[in-house]
Design a protein around this ligand. Structure first.
Ligand SMILES: *[C@@H]1O[C@H](CO)[C@@H](O)[C@H](O)[C@H]1NC(C)=O
Ligand SMILES: *[C@@H]1O[C@H](CO)[C@@H](O)[C@H](O)[C@H]1NC(C)=O
Length: 117
């Protein structure tokens, strides 16, 4: 892996950790961030989704217990994605299908997470 990729991922992780502030949901944004961090290289650089990324997606999908959880996750992912330089939203929304898993919402800068079922 090239050094600039490592630097990018490291700075993105730092960015994610600093801005995290969703404590009210049962499913914490910290946890979601940990699960989905391995998906960031795909979201920014493309290529293949890693198996670690897919494991994170499966864990997240298995963790949803309520609409509240899904809305919180939507907001969390949206906020984190906005924080990532060079993020490609088309690829972000391909991660679920690429892992053979459905995502209950699509994430774009304009997504209204309160409307997630
Ligand atoms: C993606 O995975 C396939 C099958 O494992 C492999 O043939 C291909 O080279 C990979 N593509 C990239 C960009 O890593
Ligand atoms: C988002 O969706 C909720 C629930 O459907 C709605 O009440 C709210 O007005 C919407 N907000 C925006 C900015 O569209």
């Amino acid at each position: 892996m090239a050094v600039n990729k490592v630097t990018l991922v490291a700075s993105v992780m730092a960015c994610m950790l600093i801005t995290c502030s969703y404590a009210e949901s049962t499913l914490s944004c910290d946890q979601i961030t940990i699960w989905l961090t391995p998906c960031i290289p795909y979201g920014v650089l493309g290529g293949n989704v890693s198996s670690l990324c897919c494991q994170g997606v499966y864990s997240l999908n298995a963790a949803y217990k309520s609409a509240e959880d899904r809305r919180g996750a939507c907001q969390c992912i949206k906020d984190r994605a906005a924080c990532i330089p060079g993020i490609d939203y088309t690829r972000v929304n391909q991660v679920g299908p690429r892992c053979g898993s459905k995502c209950p919402f699509k994430v774009y800068p304009s997504t209204n997470c309160s409307a997630v079922p």
